[in-house]
Design a protein around this ligand. Structure first.
Ligand code: MN
Length: 722
């Protein structure tokens, strides 16, 4: 115990050195509390558990972090590994530090769920982890915790070593990298390499040991040359030569598929100079000494890396003809390169905690200047700075950011417009939820769709994103218009038929377009929509074209029976040889009450008794004749309009259904639209009213069919089976 107690005093001294006004009492209380709570606990290594929080605090002190971070480091495992409760911790250390410790405990929970996941999920776990962190110190403490655990990993059994090493490579080293913490990233990678690839690691260590002397003398030689040249040119510089970190050598060897033969490949030089102009001057001098390798000069000073790394990089052909790398940067840049975000969060003398705003603006600048991958990462971090956002995942791990309050509807429209339109429900983290459930950070959202679902007006209140609202509104407007155009088209067709006007001809000779523009519509479709909406009277529009010539004279009497075009006959009572035909507007069928109407030159039009054309428009009593159905020998052609959801085999199902009822399909025209809704215009042969109704019912019961209509007999009351 005396040894660890001494270590705490070391940490205190270390902190006081860069932060003379530090809250020593807080650190001491945290230490004592942690020591008491962890008393009796032993690490796998056999050391007292307390060594671990102390080491973590030590790493944080090396980062020059403030006392809150260091106290959090001392207390970080209490909630997880001891009986200390959140309330107790809060009573002792307040809400802030307790919040940080709680966040660290939450990360452990995420780690545990990660253990069960695929490696491919690593990126998502990184983002989720970062998205859940409200204070950057949490991730700094977490990295310190992980670093110490990696340093002492050798004590754990093999399988756990490998798992933790893999997790470190997949989650924590990339996080350290993206936060610009080069030093910790390198150490984590080297430690992980030792456990993930112990044989490669051992071989590499051995090879480097063999080349140590050669490398050492080469480094010394080159350093002497560089130092001399810089001095001659009055550039004050610290020149470091070093062997690259193991993991980067290992990666390089693997990439190139070669062994470690050349020492040049493993050494790199770093020049730390006073000013930016000196960086460029030093680069020029290096290039005068040795020839640069084309394409290897990188100016990260003018164009910093997304993690804010700045430096000049070059590779030159060395004295022995082998390339080696030189990095040139200022002291500040070096600080950022090594410590990254920690450098920005480090305690700086005379800086008030209120300077957090400055740090936030630095990070915000970093975030907003991002591109490509690092942006995605920092997007997660952005959450902490922009608390109005929420980050969610698709089941495949894609990340979508939304404004707070967003719902599964917003998510569905974000995935795809069609997914939005057909959204019927959602699973959040595997549980079915109502569509108005607000999304939470880290939620995994799965949208359930149905082909028959369409947007509803209520959705406008549920969706919060402009994207979803616009799409819903557009659909609602378009949907209404489409329906109006459809209805208008039918009204127009029927009215034209009724009035004996050829719609086709109206279209072809441009009169319809003219009509549209006469009524102030740019396009024919808009006119038709207006008809469908009932904004315009069809009768008024068509009046100029209507054929209203009906003669008063009775037609000559013909034979008593006349063949109708279908081959059936209609008897005109009391008359013989009278030519009859079924009126197109109502298509009466055997079984219907019918009435005859004498037309000029075409014989007797036979209407259904309830056909409004007969009742209201054409009625002139002297031209009405009684008619009755004669011997029926043929079939009657009947137009049937079927609406359905587009699905395979619909045509086959329609013809099968008609066939089952002994109804021949004379013609069929199938069409589907982008909404995957289809229509079929059939002409079906039936032998009468009863037969027709049977056929309609059978068609209606085909799976996917949404409506069946016919205009037969009752134009004023379309037979509609829904
Ligand atoms: Mn720990």
């Amino acid at each position: 115990m005396t040894e660890t107690l001494l270590r705490f005093e070391d940490i205190l001294e270390q902190v006081s050195a860069y932060n003379p006004d530090c809250d020593e009492d807080l650190l001491r209380r945290a230490y004592v509390y942690s020591a008491r709570a962890h008393r009796g606990q032993v690490r796998v290594s056999g050391e007292p558990y307390l060594v671990h929080p102390l080491e973590v605090a030590h790493i944080l002190a090396e980062m020059h972090l403030d006392e809150v971070a260091i106290a959090t480091g001392l207390l970080h495992d209490l909630l997880e590994d001891t009986w200390v409760s959140e309330d107790e911790l809060e009573a002792q250390f307040g809400e802030h530090i307790t919040g940080l410790v709680k966040a660290l405990t939450k990360i452990t929970t995420m780690e545990q769920s990660y253990a069960a996941r695929e490696a491919a999920q690593a990126e998502n776990v990184r983002r989720m982890l970062l998205a859940s962190i409200a204070d950057v110190r949490v991730i700094l403490v977490k990295l310190a915790d992980r670093l110490h655990n990696m340093r002492t990993l050798g004590f754990l059994p093999e399988d756990r070593r490998r798992r933790i090493a893999a997790e470190t490579m997949e989650i924590y080293a990339p996080i350290a990298h993206r936060l610009g913490m080069g030093r910790i990233k390198a150490e984590l990678e080297d430690l992980a390499l030792a456990y993930q690839h112990p044989e490669d690691y051992g071989r590499l260590i051995e090879q480097l040991r063999q080349r140590e002397q050669v490398a050492g003398s080469m480094i010394a030689e080159i350093r002497t040359i560089i130092t001399r040249v810089l001095e001659e040119n009055s550039i004050n510089a610290e020149v470091r030569g070093r062997i690259k970190h193991l993991h980067s050598i290992w990666t390089k060897l693997r990439k190139q598929g070669i062994g470690l033969e050349r020492v040049y490949d493993v050494v790199a030089f770093r020049l730390i100079v006073d000013t930016v102009p000196h960086c460029y001057a030093a680069l020029g001098l290096i290039h005068q000494l040795w020839r640069p390798v084309p394409g290897r000069i990188k100016d990260y000073i003018a164009m910093p890396k997304p993690n804010a790394y700045q430096s000049l990089h070059t590779s030159v052909i060395g004295p022995e003809g082998q390339p080696f790398e030189v990095q040139i940067r200022t002291r500040d840049m070096d600080e950022i390169a090594e410590r990254g975000i920690a450098a920005h969060w480090a305690y700086k003398e005379g800086r008030e905690p209120s300077h957090d705003a400055e740090r936030v603006s630095w990070l915000r600048g970093l975030v907003e200047g991002q591109q490509e991958n690092p942006r995605e990462f920092l997007n997660s971090l952005k959450l902490n700075l922009y608390p109005e956002e929420v980050y969610t995942f698709t089941p495949k791990g894609e990340v979508f950011a939304f404004a707070r309050g967003a719902t599964p509807i917003d998510f569905a429209y974000r995935v795809h417009t069609e997914v939005g339109h057909h959204c019927v429900g959602a699973r959040i983290n595997g549980k079915l939820v109502p569509l108005r459930t607000p999304l939470q950070n880290g939620d995994i959202i799965e949208i359930l769709t149905s082909g028959s679902q369409v947007p509803s007006r209520d959705w406008l209140e549920i969706a919060v994103t402009a994207r979803a609202q616009n799409k819903i509104r557009a659909w609602l407007n378009r949907g209404e218009k489409e329906q109006a155009v459809e209805a208008g088209r039918r009204l127009l067709e029927r009215e034209c038929r009724r009035l004996g006007i050829s719609l086709k001809q109206l279209r072809e000779d441009g009169r319809l377009t003219q009509l549209a523009s006469d009524h102030g519509f740019g396009r024919e479709e808009d006119l038709v929509a207006a008809i469908g909406f009932g904004r315009i009277s069809l009768r008024d529009i068509l009046a100029p074209f209507a054929r209203t010539k009906v003669v008063a004279q009775p037609v000559p009497v013909g034979r008593a029976r006349a063949a109708v075009p279908d081959g059936s006959v209609i008897m005109v009572r009391g008359q013989s040889d009278m030519l009859t035909y079924r009126a197109q507007c109502c298509n009466p069928l055997p079984g219907d009450q019918i009435v005859g109407y004498i037309t000029r030159g075409r014989g007797v039009a036979v209407h259904a008794a309830n056909c409004p054309n007969v009742r209201k428009l054409l009625f002139t009593s002297e031209r009405e004749v009684e008619v009755e159905w004669g011997g029926i020998t043929g079939a009657f052609a009947v137009p049937v309009h079927v609406s359905f959801e587009d699905r395979p085999g619909m045509l086959a199902a329609l013809s099968q259904a008609a066939n089952d009822e002994d109804a021949n399909i004379r013609s069929c025209h199938l069409a589907t639209n982008e909404e995957r809704l289809g229509t079929a215009e059939l002409v079906v042969d039936v032998n009468g009213r009863e037969h027709l109704e049977k056929v309609l019912v059978v068609l209606r019961h085909i799976p996917g069919v949404t409506s069946v209509e016919t205009t037969v007999s009752t134009p004023g009351r379309r037979l509609q089976l829904l």
